[in-house]
Design a binder for this molecule. Sequence first.
Ligand SMILES: [Zn+2]
Length: 316
Amino acid sequence: MAAERIPLPWQGSQWAGLVALADSGRLPHALLLAGPSGTGKTAFAARLAELVLCAESGAQPCGTCRHCRLAAAGSHPDLMNVRPEEPGKAILIDAVRTLRDFCTARPHQGGWRVALIEPAEALTHSAANALLKTLEEPGTQTLLLMIAHQPGHLPATIRSRCRLLRFPEPDRQTALTWLREQLPERQDVEQLLHHAGGRPLRALALSDTRRSEQVVRLRELAEAVAAGSMAPADAAPEAAGLEWELATDALAILLREHAGSALAERGGVPQLAVFRCFDELVRAHRERAANTNLSADLVWDRLWLAWRRAAAAGGG
Ligand SMILES: [Zn+2]
């Protein structure tokens, strides 16, 4: 796999805009990078952090100064990552308190301080509240980069304190061209992109056989549940055994396909049951973030029930 070149081909305008702001000393102190997951926002934010920390000026981090070497080694003392302890879990208030201390202490290297918060929608209610003051007064030469895959789930008080930078899904041709460059050996890039819901970095992740097999299996289960040949309760344990993010993401993609075909084939709008299934997914993610002892079987039982109703409601 070739190393990712950042900005990715569909991120050029966002990158150029920020470089211009950095050159003129007008970078905002808090940026909200918003858009679907699997399109490269995280890599973009990491490269932007390197650019801001870099001792040289230019449209890319120099890669050779002390700051760049520390950042590349993952040990720059003025670069902080705020993430859930486990994927899919919440970002708790303690992490935000650590971030506040980071922002109020003197920068170790005497330059910028940068913090990446990802995914921002994983902040608990109290963590989000605790973050407000830091967002208002982050200190000089401090940049907070908030990454949100579902910015609509963020409190308005957080969104209003950040400069919004949108990262829409790239068009299909751009995504395919990039994916073919990354995977020159593969003949199935179109299918990978399809199973990834059009998001190229997600598609690249699915080129891993173990991952793609899980997505294929999830889609088979979904078909069987929709066709009525498998009961939701029977499909639940197997889905619960798959990687959570992969499996729920695959179901969300199927739902979008379903809703899309309702629009394309009938000129109609998706049925209420489709929205209810999306709601059930949101609820499942919330519960999982909050509760470590949640039974995945029970959650998948509910998801499959909602999916069966959505599939039966037509549109596919
Ligand atoms: Zn540098």
